[in-house]
Design a protein around this ligand. Structure first.
Ligand code: PRX
Length: 662
């Protein structure tokens, strides 16, 4: 058992969390006052953006030194920098200042384990103490300001503690999804040059303890830079501990030389708070870095403006903290505002499809923020698992990660929201730090599946391949046209890199890589990626990344991967492979290839279909025509389009024949 489990079990935890929530409310109560507030913000944002963001920062951030400038640079010249001159610490903003504001006894973090009786409530005081203690452990291990600390952990409270402990001492955290393979972990460890890894013995999944430390050990076999590995106890699983390198989290924390206080490092506004690897259009996962002041301000601002989080409310973001959604809305946004954040260790279907709703009832969750893929998975089971529970505490329903199809929207709205609650279908990305486009009020009613409007302070445009704005109703690429504080650091500096990423002319702004349409009423509709990125169950995967994984198998000569529509996952992975001449096509080999991708990247990247091919459609200059492969994989043979650029148009027939066999 880990150090936190069972300190307060089940119902006791739920009761105490309700008691510990503070009962004041400074935010607008009803829809009218909310509309007024939003109108005020939109009016203010239409003026000088510097003043708009300065006012938000003054309202929301605690800095030990105030900024000299709000923003420097622009998209055209690069060199963007927010709040230069300011000094602050993100953990102080998320913890210490709430102790000073009388929130010490208020619940900051509620953790529900997969096992019903495993639950813990951390008040702000308790979380502060744990964070300081772990910050001291990190310092004892030699971690200093500017070092990168990698965290490969399941959804346990130690993950939040470790994140904030890094922030406290100015170390950059790099959270790696616990569902990723040892190969993926190793690649990220090599890239970010961490000297320390925090992991766990196991991940509790559907009643089983799946090994995690063993994966970490495999990754660490070839990571000489990692000098320490701290292991959180999450199960009874036996693990190998390497002497002089590995130690237990709970033992480190209990060491008599570890104190309850740890002074916070003063960080410059632009210092990196964390990096997060995500899939881009190239084969290698790319590190997205976020700044301290700009990011923190933006997630707090969006938490207020999108979710209208109130002092006594409980916010449950169901995403894994290893993704940006969890960073922004399980940790920094909610804790920055002094709210209460709930995190859950398990999956939505265990022990039954009512689990999420039982958690909503048990803790009286007010805002749930989840993904369309979860809603689609739960819809399959009908309304019975929902009706068993009292969901009357819910005030707002959030959605993120992929377009929400009309059927899922309707179910979420009607069955979970009892036709009364607003759905915030929030569009954003790892790169944007926080929500950019979302419906903000319940009236006028949201259009099912439209991400609706850019937030106050955000300007967007739909452009064609040349960067020219397209007419309303026409599809194009979504570009963000003015800087915002949550923007990732790469675009702050190197405009050229952004140009390469999107391919379109980007002096207009940041090219998101997403397709969009703005309708006649001014609502934005997001249509999915227009680059080589696919979205499987809300997980972002680079097609080139999966192709590269396939190519490391001894039998594969060439590979091409595309996304196909999938009723539950949104998109599924469809791979075409050409074997080397010494290998025979067989069903067993297909299985082996599937397992190979799973082992190289992780279960989420496993192809649903692998089709053997003799040749791949290429342009005369040798570029694979993914557009054609995508149509074939999706059975859209009539819409294959112009293939005159193909070196050998006849091979289309063979590919279609091959497809029909699947
Ligand atoms: O394609 C968009 C899709 O998810 C991508 C960003 O993925 P990631 O960086 O992993 O961040 C996910 C959580 C913010 C986007 O480029 N996406 C995200 N939210 C939506 C969406 N597509 C449509 N509607 C959304 N609400």
């Amino acid at each position: 058992m880990n150090g936190y489990k069972n300190t307060q079990a089940g119902t006791k935890a739920a009761k105490s969390c309700r008691e510990q929530r503070k009962d004041s409310d400074n935010y607008p109560e009803n829809e009218n006052s909310r509309t007024n507030l939003l109108n005020r913000l939109y009016d203010e944002a239409a003026g000088d953006p510097r003043i708009f963001w300065e006012n938000r920062a003054t309202e929301l951030l605690s800095c030990s030194r105030r900024w000299d400038t709000v923003v420097e640079g622009d998209f055209a010249t690069g060199g963007l920098r927010w709040f230069s001159g300011a000094e602050l610490n993100a953990s102080v903003n998320c913890l210490d200042r709430h102790l000073q504001n009388g929130r010490g006894k208020k619940a900051a973090l509620i953790w529900q384990g997969e096992n019903e009786s495993d639950a813990t409530v951390f008040t702000y005081e308790m979380l502060h103490r744990e964070v300081c203690r772990f910050a001291n452990v990190l310092k004892k291990k030699g971690v200093a300001k500017g070092d990168c600390v990698s965290l490969y952990l399941p959804m346990v409270p130690e993950l939040v503690v470790a994140i904030l402990a890094c922030a406290r001492i100015g170390a950059i955290h790099n959270v790696v999804f616990s569902g990723f393979s040892s190969v993926s972990l190793q690649a990220r460890l090599h890239q970010c040059k961490s000297k320390i890894l925090i992991t766990a013995d196991a991940v509790n999944r559907a009643g089983r303890a799946l090994p995690l430390k063993a994966n970490a050990d495999e990754a660490l076999d070839d990571c000489p830079d990692i000098k320490s590995c701290v292991v959180v106890r999450c199960s009874k699983r036996e693990v190998q501990m390497v002497p002089d390198r590995d130690s237990w989290f709970h033992e480190e924390m209990a060491s008599p030389d570890i104190g309850d206080q740890c002074p916070a490092e003063e960080m410059a506004a632009d210092d990196t708070l964390f990096i997060l690897y995500t899939s881009g259009a190239t084969g290698r996962p790319k590190a997205v870095a976020h700044s301290t002041a700009g990011y923190l301000l933006y997630v707090m601002y969006t938490c207020k403006v999108v979710f209208d989080l109130k002092e006594d409310e409980l916010f449950w973001c169901t995403a894994d903290i290893a993704w940006i959604t969890g960073h922004s809305y399980s940790v920094y946004g909610v804790l920055g505002l002094g709210g209460t954040s709930l995190i859950y260790e398990g999956i939505p279907l265990y022990p039954d499809p009512g689990r999420y709703w039982s958690i909503v009832e048990k803790y009286k969750v007010n805002i749930i923020y989840t993904a369309p893929t979860v809603i689609r998975a739960l819809m399959k089971f009908g309304t019975a698992p929902v009706e068993k529970y009292d969901l009357s505490s819910l005030r707002l329903l959030g959605s993120v990660g992929e377009p929400i199809n009309a059927e899922a929207w309707r179910w979420y709205h009607d069955i979970i929201g009892k036709k009364k609650l607003r759905i915030a279908d929030t569009w954003w990305q790892t790169e944007t730090g926080g929500v950019m486009i979302s419906p903000l009020v319940a009236s006028p009613p949201e259009k099912a599946g439209a991400a609706a409007h850019p937030l106050p302070g955000i300007s967007a445009m739909v452009v064609d391949e040349l960067g020219q704005q397209v007419e309303r109703g026409r599809p194009g690429r979504l570009v963000i046209t003015s800087p915002w504080p949550g923007m990732f650091k790469e675009i702050l500096r190197a405009r050229k890199k952004t140009d390469r990423r999107g391919g379109a002319v980007t002096s207009t702004g940041y090219d998101t890589g997403d397709g969009a349409r703005k309708d006649q009423d001014g609502y934005y509709w997001i249509t999915g990626r227009v680059d080589d990125v696919i979205n499987v169950s809300g997980h972002r995967l680079g097609t080139v990344e999966i192709e590269s994984a396939l190519l490391t198998h001894k039998s594969v000569a060439e590979a091409a991967v595309v996304g196909i529509p999938h009723s539950l996952k949104g998109q599924a992975v469809y791979a075409y492979v050409i074997l080397k001449s010494s290998f025979e096509q067989s069903g067993e080999l297909l299985e082996e290839l599937r397992d190979h991708v799973r082992a190289m990247i992780g279960p989420v990247a496993t192809p649903d279909v692998i089709q053997y091919a003799e040749m791949l459609p290429k342009t005369r200059s040798g570029k694979i025509m993914r557009r054609v492969l995508k149509k074939i994989a999706a059975d859209e043979y009539e819409h294959i389009g112009d293939v005159t650029a193909l070196a050998d148009p006849s091979l289309i027939v063979d590919l279609v024949e091959g497809k029909k066999k699947h």
